[in-house]
Design a protein around this ligand. Structure first.
Ligand code: GUN
Ligand code: FE
Length: 403
């Protein structure tokens, strides 16, 4: 049992984030057992962090482990950027020593920046993905992790044999699903241009049967859309994934920028989820997330860093980008913060365990220290999002353990 005196910032909805100054958070085992105002607390405070803020651990809905070292390498369009920087870098993870170091650096960096749950793409190699699971398991972070699938239209060293890629995905699922409460497998066809219909259909069939998670990219870039049309001949991009059996309530589609109304309708009907990656969308000049149309359809979404086309793993930075990457739609600080915490926990069906600081939930907590001259007042949420560089993340707990 541990009692920490601190100031609590707690998401309740996309409109309401509570600010509760001077609270004692009690942690027993992996869970929060009480949050009590300082004046009412009877016990002994073990740690005085009254100059800091406690937030629920951040959730990153879309990130490429395999691209952690190539953040910021600039080529301003998706397909040339993939060819020039991403594919050569992902090929390096065939060397498992490289993949191990990369995984360690990646998970350490996530925790250092307050991310306690992430949905992750690894390189298209069984061993690289398995290594990511092993290291995630050893470190104790929460994650959905998948081996990226590509069986066409990519360089030889990355191109997988379709049957082996399917077998490897099933093996990884069987090895890591239900093995560890914090980890799960996510089937990861990269995107339609690098996947055969057969590959996607086999994955879709298995995932549907097991209610398993799927992630892929959808409608990010205009040249990508044209390529999909050329390769598959369907009227639109989403119909390709429908035909492949990839539309489900456990499917997370990254980007979703250039969708027609009928495609949004299809995503809504199938209860699909969206990972919105504002920083990446502007880095690669992909376009602007149609936030209003997506909200009107009632499609669940949350924020992703999309590192390496996102420039940083720091999710607070991405909350600011969620506002800055809309030309006309205002995005409040509360809403942005909700989409890296409780909103994304709900999307993942994990909101009974994580996403906010409440009695009975897992103690996934980020402690943040403001700059010395920082004035604490009721505007803290807004300052946290828009002046994120004035704050330092001092430590991160996952399931009550400091990692
Ligand atoms: N589409 C297919 N692969 C990728 C990737 O690695 N990054 C981004 N941003 N889009 C993709
Ligand atoms: Fe991506």
């Amino acid at each position: 049992m541990k009692n920490i005196l601190t100031n609590v910032i707690n998401p309740v909805s996309c409109e309401v984030i509570q600010f509760l100054p001077e609270q004692v958070i009690s942690i027993e085992g992996s869970k929060i057992t009480a949050i009590i105002p300082k004046q009412e607390f009877q016990g002994i405070v073990d740690e005085d962090l009254s100059h800091q803020f406690a937030l629920p651990g951040f959730i990153d809905l879309h990130i490429h482990l395999s691209q952690y070292y190539i953040r910021g390498l600039y080529e301003p369009a998706l397909l040339p950027w993939l060819n020039k920087y991403v594919f050569p870098e992902e090929a390096r993870s065939k060397d498992n020593e490289y993949a191990q170091k990369l995984s360690r650096d990646f998970f350490s960096a996530l925790l250092k920046d307050g991310t306690t749950t992430a949905v992750i793409y690894t390189a298209p190699f069984f061993e690289a993905c398995n290594t990511a699971f092993e290291i995630a398991s050893e470190i104790g972070i929460r994650a959905l992790i998948g081996m990226t699938l590509m069986d066409k239209n990519c360089p030889e060293p990355l191109k997988q044999d379709s049957h082996k890629a399917i077998e490897d995905s099933f093996l990884l699922y069987e090895k890591w699903h239900n093995k560890n409460a914090k980890l799960d497998y996510v089937f990861t066809p990269r995107f339609a241009p690098t996947c055969s219909m057969e590959l996607m259909q086999e994955i879709g069939k298995f995932a549907k049967k097991h209610n398993a998670w799927i992630q892929t990219h959808l409608s990010e870039n205009k040249a990508e859309l044209n390529l999909v049309k050329e390769l598959f001949g369907f009227d639109n991009y989403t119909l390709v994934y429908e035909k492949a059996g990839l539309l489900s309530e456990h499917s997370i589609f990254a980007h979703c920028i250039h969708l027609e109304d009928s495609e949004l309708q299809l995503l809504a009907e199938n209860k699909c989820k969206i990972a919105h990656c504002p920083d990446s969308n502007f880095f690669l000049k992909s376009g602007e997330f149609p936030i209003k149309r997506i909200e009107e359809k009632g499609i669940a979404y949350g924020l992703g860093s999309d590192v390496g086309s996102g420039t940083t793993i720091n999710m607070l930075y991405h909350t600011k980008m969620m506002n800055y990457r809309q030309s006309w739609e205002p995005v409040s600080a509360a809403k942005a913060l909700y989409y890296i915490t409780l909103g994304s926990a709900r999307l993942l069906g994990l909101d009974s365990e994580i996403g906010s600081l409440e009695t009975g939930k897992e103690a996934d907590i980020v402690f943040i220290e403001p700059a010395e001259d920082f004035l604490v007042d009721d505007n803290i949420i807004s300052k946290l999002v828009f002046c994120e560089s004035d704050f330092t993340i001092t430590h991160t707990l996952v399931g009550g353990k400091e990692l």
